[in-house]
Design a protein around this ligand. Structure first.
Ligand code: NAD
Length: 328
């Protein structure tokens, strides 16, 4: 049994705890949160031992792997301690606030021989996994252009409202838009050049829109969390290929071609543990897939080859360049 120590029992910690409940061979045996009620809620799921701080858990808990679901500004310091204790560490995205912190983590992981996975979950999201395969195989010909969007109401759920403090979260660019940037870099690599804009009126940390120029195609990536609560969370893509257009919208993957439109059905995995226990996202989706991968690798001592630490630091680096982009 892979014993997991889960640090941070807020929104993402709760999602992760529910995923682990559905992974055979893994069990959350320790949880930590500054808010006792949050820790108790998750401890109840699997009978985990409760610690009042992340550092206390790292110091005292008997675990094989540590999962860090803390606010972003606390990732690096906890990850550095965690990798001295266990060989497998999962860190939620974005990996850190700065590239310097990221570089320190890479160096420390190498020195500790630790395997680190970052929660760049879109790499594990079914529709996006399908698109990556289609691009790789050239199923519909070459890509001509693509567009990715991630639109969210203002995230007000965070502990101490940390998400709305750009010095602790990095704002919508680092926290939300990085999902699509990381994915785009994973399937297309780095662009030759890019052009990026942000809001100038209103909150300058809540909107970013970037056009990435590749040798043969162009990719647009838009992200915002500056929308009212009534606006539904929306994550979509549209990719124009030589022979078809693929669109992920409204929970469906649709293919448009000369014969009309058809849906590409994706077989959803059956969860294999005790069953979904709640949380406020109805589909464990990519969260389950990424943690299943993490647990599988950790269980057999295999290296982490997907959503690696170095990939996440590159994505962070790109987003920070977008955010500081100035037109010449
Ligand atoms: N992959 C995704 O789609 C996704 C979605 C949301 C959030 N996230 C990421 O997950 C991370 C956590 O975000 P969240 O939305 O769960 O935030 P949150 O505020 O809901 O939860 C953070 C928790 O950490 C606890 N905490 C703070 N300091 C602590 C400490 N020293 N020791 C123990 N507990 C402590 C807080 O009490 C809180 O319960 C962030 O990095 C965020 O960017 C990822």
């Amino acid at each position: 049994m892979l014993k997991i120590g889960l640090i941070g029992c807020g929104f993402m910690g709760s999602m992760h705890a529910n995923c682990y409940q559905n992974i055979n061979g893994a069990c959350v045996t320790a949880v930590a949160d500054l808010r006792p009620q949050k820790a108790e809620e998750l401890a109840r799921l699997s009978g985990a031992q409760i610690y009042s701080t992340g550092k206390d858990l790292i110091k005292k808990a008997d675990v094989d792997a540590i999962d860090i679901c803390l606010p972003t500004y606390l990732h690096a310091e906890h990850a550095l301690l965690a990798m001295k204790k266990v060989k497998y560490v999962f860190i939620e995205k974005p990996v850190a606030l700065t590239v310097e912190e990221g570089a320190t983590l890479i160096e420390a992981a190498r020195a500790c021989d630790a395997n680190i996975q970052i929660g760049q979950v879109i790499r594990f999201w079914d529709e996006y996994v399908a698109l990556a395969e289609i691009v790789k195989k050239g199923t519909y010909g070459r890509v001509i252009n693509a567009n990715f969007r991630r639109l969210s109401p203002i995230p007000t759920w965070g502990w101490e409202n940390w998400l709305l403090d750009a010095t602790r979260s990095g704002g919508a660019g680092q926290d939300l838009h990085i999902h699509d940037i990381d994915y785009v870099l994973s399937i297309f690599g780095k662009p030759q050049s890019f052009y990026s804009v942000k809001n100038t009126l209103g909150n300058t940390n809540d909107y970013v829109n970037t056009i990435m120029q590749y040798p043969d195609f162009v990719v647009g990536v838009e992200g915002t969390w500056g929308l009212p609560e009534s606006y539904p969370f929306t994550a979509t893509f549209r990719v124009v290929f030589e022979n078809s257009v693929l669109e992920n919208a409204g929970g469906k993957l649709l293919c448009y071609d000369q014969n009309g439109v058809h849906e590409i059905k994706i077989e959803k995995k059956t969860l294999d543990g005790d069953g979904y226990q709640g949380g406020n996202i109805s589909d464990l989706g990519g969260y389950y897939n990424e943690l299943l991968y993490f647990c599988n690798q950790a269980s057999v001592g295999a290296p982490i080859e997907k959503a690696r630490l170095s990939d996440a630091v590159e994505s962070l680096d790109f987003v920070l360049k977008e955010l500081s982009f100035q037109k010449n």
